[in-house]
Design a protein around this ligand. Structure first.
Ligand code: 1CP
Length: 352
């Protein structure tokens, strides 16, 4: 058992309450760079791990044991609820999710059934229940955001430009709206099931929403994302909203109603805080800085901590851990963040 303090640190920071030190965890800390994860992957595919609670729970725990982070993130993938809702897909190593029949028109929407986690994906809640029996830090549940899920469904796989997705958004707004609402509902159902099973915070990864201009985001994504966050409000669980390349979208992301904004590394945290008012922030070390020599990395970690301002900041990367990151480097970052002084300092009144 850990002390009650460590148990609550992350949740207190997510609520903007004063903390003794800034909590730290890493997006994509499970899987990716850990040798013990790669060992598991030699025997099972990614989706097999996601659908086998004992394996998913084990991989969830690995980074907590090795790195000493202040939060665990459930091992799963953003496309798992889509597969459980009738979408035929594979997760191809070195590529990512590949959809066999992409959604291109109204008729394709029929393949996306309603999602009832207890019936369609009981292994998600089971993995959460198993993992938390061995955790002394909060478990973070997660889901994909509506734009990012739509992009995989429409493009059929990873895309650099999301051009087909944006084209559908502009040219078929009604179809787009229906699709995004259904994806928001699928994500919400998955997050609710994770919280019911014991997750104590949730994060929506709308990773590729930064592909949009502000007007399009406001018009075509914000309503669905707001619907997603609104539908979780009664749970009282801290809700984090993260995307990449969102310098122009931060205020709009905040308008979607989460409790915390995940900031990627393109925006400095002090400017993000000024723009977001009192909303707590999470981030935002450049993941590639973890490949630099320690003195360089340390300086960048300190810059993030100083700009984060202490209270209302959860230290994280600005996007996921890069696969080539040495695990010992992540451990060193955790230790350094823990030693940082000034976490109790209340930030300057933001927006003043
Ligand atoms: O900490 C963790 O790694 C937990 C597990 C986790 C999470 C949080 C996985 C397992 N996937 C995700 C989220 C996820 N999946 C996101 C949002 C976060 C982000 O932006 O990184 C996205 C966009 C995906 C889609 C996905 N799955 C990709 C990206 C492809 C693209 O468009 O560039 C890839 C490569 C995957 C496969 C995948 N999912 C997870 C792992 C560990 C892997 C790597 C492959 C493997 O081990 O076989």
């Amino acid at each position: 058992m850990a002390t009650a303090g460590r148990d609550l640190l992350l949740l207190r920071a997510y609520r903007g309450e004063p903390v003794e030190r800034v909590p730290v965890w890493f997006m994509r800390q499970a899987g990716r760079c850990l040798p013990e994860y790669r060992q598991v992957r030699t025997r099972w595919s990614l989706l097999e791990i996601c659908r086998t609670p004992a394996l998913a729970a084990e991989v969830t725990l690995q980074p907590v044991r090795r790195l000493g982070v202040d939060g665990a993130i459930l091992f799963s993938d953003i496309v798992v609820p889509l597969a459980a809702s009738g979408i035929d897909l594979e997760i191809v190593p070195e590529v990512g999710p590949v959809i066999s029949e992409p959604i291109r028109g109204e008729r394709d929407l029929r393949r996306l059934r309603d999602f009832e986690p207890g019936r369609d994906a009981p292994y998600i809640g089971e993995a959460v229940r198993l993992a938390i029996t061995e955790l002394d830090v909060p478990l973070i549940g997660f889901a994909g955001g509506p734009f990012t899920l739509a992009s995989y469904l429409i493009e059929g796989g990873p895309s650099k430009t999301h051009a087909r997705t944006r084209a559908m958004m502009h040219s078929e707004p009604l179809l787009w709206r229906t699709l995004l609402e259904r994806l928001a509902d699928i994500a919400a159902a998955s997050l609710r099931a994770q919280v019911t099973a014991g997750a104590r915070a949730v994060q929506v990864f709308d990773s590729w929403a930064g592909a949009l201009d502000p007007d399009s985001y406001r018009r075509h994504v914000l309503p669905a994302t707001r619907r997603l966050f609104d539908s979780l409000a009664d749970l009282g669980t801290p809700r984090v909203h993260f995307a990449v390349g969102t310098g122009e979208l931060l205020e709009l992301m905040a308008a979607a109603g989460s409790d915390v904004i995940g900031v990627d590394w393109h925006v400095t945290l002090d400017s993000a805080r000024r723009r977001l008012g009192a909303l707590p922030v999470q981030g935002n070390l450049d993941p590639a800085a973890c490949l630099a020599p320690w003195p360089v990395l340390r300086e960048q970690v300190d810059a993030v901590l100083n700009r984060g301002g202490g209270a209302g900041h959860v230290f994280n990367l600005g996007h996921g851990v890069l696969p080539e990151t040495p695990p010992d480097t992540l451990k060193r970052v955790v230790e350094h963040v823990r030693e940082h002084e000034g976490a109790t300092r209340t930030p300057e009144p933001v927006g003043a």
